[in-house]
Design a binder for this molecule. Structure first.
Ligand SMILES: [Zn+2]
Ligand SMILES: [Zn+2]
Length: 126
């Protein structure tokens, strides 16, 4: 399975192959700020499953399109954490396995059933 994605203006395009190994929702302060929303919906793949074209800028490891400002992913040598709203197809059918920083979750949201619940960051190997 190959999923395509990109920014709002189309200057950055990416693709990722296979299913992610870790998925979740994050309510932390940084994710709220970067997205301008109440939480970020994310998933991790290994770096070699991922390819990207187009100019990128990054702030604190968080890559974005310098033309339209769209937030896309966090990239390092081993791993990519993609903001799943940047995928072209919706629904993506990627289900969150965990919810993190739930102590900052809005009171009108409730825990998604079947997800691990963590008040702050999850343990390293979960
Ligand atoms: Zn763009
Ligand atoms: Zn976060």
């Amino acid at each position: 399975m190959v999923r395509q994605g990109g920014c709002l203006c189309g200057a950055v395009r990416f693709q990722v192959e296979g299913e992610p190994y870790r998925t979740g929702l994050c309510h932390c302060a940084d994710c709220r700020k970067e997205s301008g929303s109440s939480f970020v919906y994310f998933a991790h793949w290994s770096r070699d499953a991922f390819s990207v074209t187009g100019d990128l800028k990054a702030y604190a490891g968080r890559s974005f399109c310098p033309h339209c400002g769209c937030r896309l992913f966090c990239l390092n040598e081993q791993d990519v954490e993609i903001r799943l709203g940047s995928l072209d197809e919706a629904p993506s059918r990627i289900f969150p396995q965990m919810e993190v920083w739930t102590k900052r979750r809005e009171p009108w949201l409730h825990a998604f059933s079947g997800t691990g619940q963590y008040a702050e960051d999850p343990p390293k190997n979960s």
